[in-house]
Design a binder for this molecule. Structure first.
Ligand code: ZN
Length: 428
């Protein structure tokens, strides 16, 4: 993508040279070693658009590796023709071109690339692609083996910095959940106080390991509008299911007082540990979910209460840009994070980068996060799209004489690198 702005090329070249802080990724291991050409080129998020443009039955055929490629392609081709211009489809086209030297997705192209599929289990290949994307560091949400975090033996993928994966700790509904979470400590927990002590020990262990944030994506399965229930309400739920291991608190009313209470307790722990909290807001992976519950505006009471906790709000709250601009403008403890969003909707990002420049302090924007797991070639494509979006937005603001080109470069550097480096205390 490009802009017709006279300074676009200079600004885009500048953005290419700025190392990226990848604010969010899920690469727990290097991989995959592709064996299927369709998986190699339409994996990641694009299956959601393909699904949206086809049907459950057709989606199943496309991904059924037991069927002949030609049979799968016949179904995929119809969906591709209906979906080939989305942001996700751009990732597919860029990967096809850069890594397989193919200009278009066709059956012949899929047949040709069969024998040269990427082996991303090779750490040298994996890191080589990070080099080419000029990604300096990656903040990883990988749901690790907690025992390995606590004893320090967990190994991260190249350039990774770990976060604490939070949702499970407050989404407890039965004794089995509690026992599983506390197992790495070797503790038997019998009360809410003991559970909170256990969680504190686990989070302190993560801090000692070197985590840079908490990360919470509970919005997939619950509203972000946390209430502030009393300890007694929460304890009633906890004691009820601990008293009989066969009990399970019902969603949402049965478990929410405990869930909400614990979330607030964990925000106090985040304050104590001086770690920022990354929160999923807006669009969700996959198809068919409820977007209203994920609007960042639901977090207003949490943000107002926990003034000493720094909240990094994800996915630019897509599609609720205005609410995010409001939150980032008005609360010192809120930053906007465009992770994943640059490929969900490139044009939304270009517009929101402009809107953010005019409304939100530019030191509060984190412009890039790949949000894949493995598939570093797609992170490479995503990085290029993010740089395009930033350069398009800022060059057009230069055309408006809103700022000059040198200032635009400073903003681009802040958005792509400096802000996140400072916010997450990465020390780069
Ligand atoms: Zn993610």
């Amino acid at each position: 993508m490009r802009s017709s702005s006279a300074c676009f090329d200079e600004l885009r070249t500048f953005c290419e040279e700025v190392p990226l802080v990848d604010c969010h990724d899920h690469s727990g291991v290097c991989g995959p070693k592709y064996t299927d050409p369709i998986q190699a080129v339409i994996g990641g998020y694009f299956p959601s658009d393909i699904h949206s443009a086809s049907s459950d039955a057709e989606q199943a055929v496309i991904h059924d590796q037991a069927r002949p490629l030609a049979e799968r392609w016949a179904v995929l081709e119809k969906a591709w023709k209906r979906s080939c211009h989305t942001g996700y489809a751009r990732v597919t086209r860029m990967v096809l071109k850069r890594f397989y030297e193919e200009d278009d997705l066709t059956l012949d192209a899929l047949e040709r690339i069969k024998d040269k599929l990427l082996d991303l289990e090779d750490a040298t290949v994996f890191e080589g692609i990070l080099d080419e994307a000029n990604i300096a560091v990656r903040i990883l949400d990988i749901w690790p083996d907690v025992a390995k975090v606590l004893d320090g033996s967990l190994e991260l993928t190249p350039r990774g910095r770990l976060v604490i994966s939070l949702p499970g700790y407050h989404g407890i509904r039965c004794r089995e959940n509690v026992d599983g979470l506390m197992a790495p400590l070797g503790r038997t927990v019998t009360s809410l106080d003991e559970y909170l002590d256990g969680c504190r020990a686990i989070f302190e262990g993560h801090k000692a390991y070197g985590v840079v944030a908490f990360k919470d994506q509970s919005a997939y399965s619950r509203t972000l509008a946390y209430d502030n229930p009393s300890r007694a309400e929460a304890e009633r739920v906890f004691n009820w299911f601990m008293d009989d291991p066969r009990r399970c608190a019902s969603y949402p009313d049965g478990c929410q007082p405990l869930d909400d209470f614990l979330f607030h307790e964990f925000m106090r722990m985040a304050r104590h540990l001086d770690l920022p909290v990354q929160i999923h807001t807006g669009h969700m992976a996959g198809i068919r979910n409820d977007i209203a519950k994920t609007n960042a505006i639901g977090l207003t009471r949490v943000i107002e209460l926990h003034r000493d906790v720094r909240f990094d709000l994800f996915h630019a709250n897509w599609p609720y840009n205005d609410e995010l601009v409001y939150l980032a403008k008005n609360f010192p403890n809120v930053t906007m994070d465009f992770c994943w969003t640059n490929i969900i909707d490139p044009v939304y990002c270009q517009a929101l980068f402009k809107q953010a420049l005019s409304a939100v302090p530019h030191g509060k924007v984190h412009a890039y996060g790949s949000d894949f797991g493995g598939s570093v070639e797609r992170a490479w494509a995503h990085a290029a799209i993010a740089r395009d979006n930033v350069a398009i937005a800022l060059s057009e603001m230069v055309d408006m004489q809103y700022l000059d080109l040198d200032e635009a470069k400073e903003v681009a550097h802040a958005w792509l690198f400096d802000n996140a480096n400072t916010f997450f205390r990465l020390g780069l």
